[in-house]
Every structure is written in structure tokens, then in C-alpha cells.
Design a protein around this ligand. Structure first.
Ligand SMILES: *[C@@H]1O[C@H](CO)[C@@H](O)[C@H](O)[C@H]1NC(C)=O
Ligand SMILES: *[C@@H]1O[C@H](CO)[C@@H](O)[C@H](O)[C@H]1NC(C)=O
Ligand SMILES: *[C@@H]1O[C@H](CO)[C@@H](O)[C@H](O)[C@H]1NC(C)=O
Ligand SMILES: *[C@@H]1O[C@H](CO)[C@@H](O)[C@H](O)[C@H]1NC(C)=O
Length: 325
């Protein structure tokens, strides 16, 4: 009887202590509450109640062994800023703040304390100022998305020193200047590069040709000169969009990877002929209109499935789907 009583007491203790052994770390809880305050207590964070366990009860907060490893705040329409305390969530691996059009200011320096961060996304907010150089101190980040913000100034060259970076999305900002020379010497394996809809200009460093890009979008900038470094036979290229720039190079000389499915080159100053090799590609989208191309459109593959507007406004392209030569 005594033993049974003891057993049930220890069971009770076990039950009471189990949840708390996995409850929110108090420093991290305070950091989260500070974020909530800094975001002006939006409705979206109403579950962030100081009396409950942030690991189990708070929307968008995920823990591993009682430490906050993932934070997702996916909407909110109140004004706010990112507080310094974000840097106290030192075990974060995944930080995603999106669709908060009134979140302003810059990315605080304390973010560099997040040494385990793998994914960093501040997308479709209203962050502004320079993209800070110190972002490159985040050496574990593989996925960096700062798209659809108000960032100005140049792309920091130090980004090329992020050893694990695979995806860089900084499109739809107000960035100026050229692609840093250091991008030709990326320490990591960058495969996705989204720079579209900025005010970037100048030539693309030739040395970028050694990168095996899968998905590149540079549309809607003011780039000039050669754009052929994004191509190459032995690559895994699937998508290249160079449209709406001032690229000027000979398309006849370009070698394409067999995997290219999306090719957008319209509205540049690209010259030469369409290479016959294009008939061998699994093209799904294709547009070379508004360039200075000439000669017969090769017959075969998917080339005749695109509308004439995909070829129009060139120097002298001819043949199906345009007029016979
Ligand atoms: C975004 O920030 C700019 C200043 O950088 C400000 O003028 C604008 O009103 C802000 N937009 C919103 C939706 O808050
Ligand atoms: C980059 O890719 C190459 C070849 O696929 C691989 O050998 C290398 O380890 C990769 N580097 C990193 C930092 O992932
Ligand atoms: C590249 O970006 C532009 C601008 O946002 C977009 O319209 C286009 O669809 C993108 N290209 C591809 C192939 O996804
Ligand atoms: C090709 O691009 C031009 C210019 O951007 C556009 O007007 C046309 O509709 C596009 N055609 C196709 C088939 O995508």
C-alpha cells in the first residue's frame, strides 16, 4: 500500500514535471514578447500569451528540446520594426517574416547572433536602407530571401562569403550599382539568383560563368554587355530570364544545357542567329522578342509552338511561326 502510494506520487510528479521540461526558455520567451510588442501586438500574434508555453501554444513558434528553432510570422498590417531581441533566439534555424507591408526600418545587427540560421526570409515587408554587410556573418544560411522590400544601395559583395548559400532572392527592391565582382568567386554553390526588378546596372562579371545556376532572373534592370555566362552545356540550368535589360551579345555562340525550360531574353540588344540547338530543349516558355536577332527560326522541338509575339520585333528573324524567309 505504501509502495503504491509512493508510486502514484512519483507518477504525479512525473506528469506535472513533463510539460515544464519542454517549456519555453525564459530568455527566448521574453525575446518573442518583445517582438510582439515591437510589431504593435497584431491580431496574428494573439496566441502569444505570457502565461502559456511558447513552445506549444504560440502560433508560428516551433521548438526543439525546449528551444525556439523556427519562427514564422506570415502576415500583419500594423506598423512595426524588428527589435534587437530577435538576436536572443540563438537556436533559430528558420526565420520567416512575410507579408507585413508596414514593417519598416532595417535588419538589426543582432541578427548575426543567429549562428544556426539556415533559412532567413524577410519578404514583402517594408524594410529599407542598405542590405547590411553583416548579413554575411550568417555562415549557415542556405536560403536568403529579402525580396519585395525597399532596400536601396548596392548588393553587398560580402554575400559571396556565405559558404552555404544556395538561394539568393533580393528581387523587387530599389538596389543600384552592379553585381559585385566578388560574385564570380562565391565560396558556396549558389544555384538560384533572383535580382529582377531593381535598378541594377553595368556588366555582369565574366567569372560568374563557372557557377552552375539552375534558376536566374535578372529581368527589369539596366544590365549591359554579355549575358552568356549564365549558359553553358554542362550545367543544370532550367530557367534564365534576362528580359528588359540592355544585354548585347551574340546568341549564335551560346551553348545551352539540355535542361533549359524557361528562356526569356526579350527587350535587349541580343544579336546573331537562333542556334539550332534550341530545338533540342524541353522549352516551356520562350521569348526572344524585341532584340536584334536575324535569320531563319530553326524548325523542330517546341520552337513552332510559341506565338509569333515570342519572336517579333527583331532585325530579320523569319520562318514559322513568323513569315517565310
Ligand atoms: C514604407 O516605408 C516608406 C519609407 O521607407 C514609407 O514612405 C511608406 O509609407 C511605407 N509603406 C507602408 C505601407 O507603410
Ligand atoms: C559545391 O558543389 C560541389 C560539386 O557539386 C561539391 O563538391 C561541393 O562540396 C559543394 N560545396 C558546398 C559548400 O556545398
Ligand atoms: C522573372 O521576373 C519577372 C519580374 O518579376 C517575372 O515577370 C518573370 O515571370 C520571371 N521570369 C520567370 C521565368 O519566372
Ligand atoms: C514576348 O515578350 C513581349 C515583350 O515583353 C510580349 O509583348 C509578348 O506578348 C511576349 N510573347 C510571348 C508569347 O510570351
Amino acid at each position: 500500500m505504501k509502495l503504491l502510494l509512493q508510486l502514484s506520487i512519483s507518477f504525479a510528479i512525473l506528469f506535472i514535471s513533463l510539460p515544464s521540461s519542454h517549456s519555453c526558455n525564459s530568455i527566448e520567451k521574453n525575446a518573442l514578447l518583445q517582438i510582439k510588442k515591437s510589431f504593435n501586438n497584431p491580431r496574428e500574434l494573439s496566441t502569444w500569451n505570457p502565461r502559456t508555453d511558447c513552445c506549444t501554444d504560440w502560433n508560428g513558434v516551433f521548438c526543439t528540446n525546449g528551444r525556439v528553432t523556427e519562427l514564422d510570422i506570415l502576415s500583419g498590417n500594423l506598423p512595426g520594426q524588428i527589435p534587437d531581441q530577435i538576436g536572443d533566439l540563438v537556436q533559430l534555424r528558420h526565420l520567416e517574416i512575410t507579408d507585413m507591408p508596414r514593417l519598416s526600418g532595417n535588419i538589426p545587427r543582432t541578427i548575426t547572433k543567429l549562428k544556426n540560421l539556415d533559412l532567413l526570409m524577410f519578404r514583402q515587408t517594408n524594410l529599407s536602407g542598405l542590405i547590411p554587410d553583416y548579413i554575411s556573418e550568417l555562415k549557415s544560411v542556405t536560403f536568403l530571401d529579402l525580396a519585395f522590400n525597399q532596400f536601396t544601395g548596392p548588393i553587398p559583395g560580402s554575400i559571396s562569403q556565405m559558404p552555404k548559400l544556395e538561394t539568393l532572392r533580393i528581387n523587387d527592391n530599389k538596389l543600384t550599382g552592379s553585381v559585385p565582382d566578388s560574385f564570380g568567386y562565391f565560396v558556396g554553390n549558389l544555384t538560384v539568383l533572383n535580382l529582377q526588378n531593381n535598378k541594377l546596372s553595368g556588366k555582369i562579371p565574366e567569372s560568374l560563368s563557372k557557377h552552375d545556376f539552375i534558376d536566374v532572373n535578372l529581368s527589369g534592370n539596366r544590365f549591359i554587355g554579355d549575358g552568356s555566362m549564365f549558359f553553358g552545356r554542362n550545367k543544370r540550368t532550367e530557367l534564365v530570364d534576362l528580359s528588359r535589360n540592355k544585354f548585347e551579345f551574340d546568341l549564335s555562340k551560346v551553348k545551352f544545357a539540355k535542361s533549359v525550360a524557361f528562356l526569356h531574353l526579350s527587350q535587349n540588344r541580343i544579336f546573331g542567329k537562333l542556334p539550332g540547338e534550341l530545338t533540342k530543349l524541353p522549352l516551356d516558355q520562350f521569348n526572344v522578342s524585341y532584340n536584334r536577332l536575324c535569320g531563319k527560326i530553326p524548325r523542330g522541338g517546341f520552337l513552332q509552338t510559341f506565338e509569333p509575339s515570342a519572336y517579333s520585333h527583331n532585325l530579320c528573324l523569319c520562318g514559322d511561326p513568323l513569315k517565310p524567309c
